[in-house]
Structures are given as structure tokens and as C-alpha cells.
Design a protein. Structure first.
Length: 233
């Protein structure tokens, strides 16, 4: 058994345990394998283990890697997307986690509309809105207050499907300190549902160091990189 197989088994056990603690089913949580630093043979091994959700942070690397892997892979863009790169990235991705401005959402919506006009086929890109719950200056995304204020405008996108919200917690020594961040995203989702009847089923939150806390606070998508690929010490 390779270290990739062992890592995946341990992560699945931790997902199940965290889900159980919060009265949830582990099947409610999707694991996105973040492959940006991973060797290609490691990625192929994951695919053989039936991991089909792969995440890349850099649009250029996603463009380079997507053609090398089977067509059934669901590619996730988890990093920043510049508007001038959106047209090339949209056809490759199943979900963009990092829509962080009204302008980017409008650009994606316009590109999807162009596709429909040209091919007369529906094209509804799925996106998550990135929220800076922690308020860190270095992090991108809407503030919770901005999102509450802007939701009527954002929800008017004609072609884009806003599937949920995404956030990143700060790197801290005690992962319990991330709990208010993850709880804050869930509470924001609930506020949007109560105020605007918004349906936002997906909460993308939690990475290698803090995914268990994120699951306990309602994550439906976790993004795992180093815990999958690192060899045991």
C-alpha cells in the first residue's frame, strides 16, 4: 500500500468522524484533492482510487494539466481568477471557488451568454462566492456585510449558477481558533437564505490543517493537498 492510499484512508476516517460529531453523513462532504504541488504520478494514483474532484490554484496550471487526465475529472479552480483568463478557464472547470468581485461574476456571466448565443446550447458555469470572513487584509473576497448588501445584484446573473460560498481561515497553531471563521460562513449562508430566500447548498471551507473543524461547522466541500500527498515522516 503506497503512502497515497494510506493518506486517503486516514483522511476518509477523519471525515467520517468529524461528520459524526456534528450529526451529519460523511457522504454529504466532497473531497477536492488540491494538486498544485503534486507529482503527476501521485495524481494518477489518486484517480485510480476514484478521486475525480481535482483542484488547481493557478489557471495556467489547470489549463496545462486538464488535457493530461481523463475526461471524467471534475476540475475545480480554487485560486484567484483574473477576468482576462476567464474565457479560457470556464470550459475546463466544474466549479470555480473564487469569485471575489461583482466584476468577475459579470464577466463570467457575459462569457456564458456569448457561448449560448453562438452555439444555442445552455452553458451555466457553477461558481462559489469567496468571502473574507476573517477580515484579513491579505485575503480576497467579499466581506459578509458586502455580500448581504450586494446579493440582489449578484443574484441577477442570467447564466451563472451561484452554488454557495467559500472561505479560507487564517493559519493558526490551534485549529480551534478557526471555528468562528467557518461558523461565520455558515451563518452568512443562513442569513442570505432568510433575507433573500437564497439557495446556497455548498460551503467550501477547510483545508489540510483544519478540515475537521470545518466539517463540524457545516462544510460540504473540503480542499485537501498536503495531507494527501506528503510522505510519512
Amino acid at each position: 500500500m503506497s503512502h497515497i492510499t494510506g493518506n486517503l484512508e486516514r483522511i476518509r476516517e477523519q471525515i467520517a468522524e468529524a461528520a459524526s460529531k456534528s450529526g451529519r453523513d460523511a457522504d454529504e462532504i466532497s473531497l477536492v484533492a488540491v494538486t498544485k504541488y503534486a507529482r503527476l504520478d501521485f495524481v494518477r494514483e489518486l484517480i485510480e482510487l476514484n478521486i475525480v474532484d481535482l483542484g488547481e490554484a493557478r489557471p495556467q496550471q489547470l489549463q496545462e494539466r486538464a488535457p493530461r487526465f481523463p475526461h471524467n475529472i471534475r476540475w475545480h479552480l480554487i485560486g484567484h481568477l483574473q477576468r482576462n483568463k476567464a474565457r479560457r478557464i470556464l470550459p475546463l472547470t466544474s466549479l470555480i471557488h473564487s469569485v471575489d468581485t461583482t466584476n468577475l461574476l459579470a464577466t463570467i456571466d457575459r462569457i456564458a451568454g456569448d457561448y449560448f448565443e453562438e452555439y444555442q446550447e445552455p452553458f451555466c458555469p457553477c461558481v462559489l462566492l469567496q468571502v473574507n470572513v476573517s477580515g484579513e487584509g491579505a485575503k480576497q473576497g467579499f466581506t459578509p456585510d458586502e455580500l448581504l448588501q450586494l446579493w440582489p445584484e449578484l443574484s441577477c446573473a442570467e447564466f451563472v449558477q451561484i452554488c454557495g460560498l467559500m472561505t479560507m481561515a487564517p493559519r493558526v497553531d490551534d485549529v480551534e481558533e478557526t471555528r468562528p471563521i467557518f461558523a461565520g460562513l455558515r451563518e452568512l449562508r443562513d442569513q442570505l437564505a432568510a433575507k433573500y430566500d437564497a439557495e446556497l447548498p455548498e460551503l467550501s471551507m477547510g483545508m489540510s490543517r483544519d478540515f475537521e473543524v470545518a466539517i463540524e461547522e457545516g462544510a460540504t466541500i473540503i480542499r485537501i493537498g498536503s495531507r494527501l500527498f506528503s510522505e510519512p515522516a
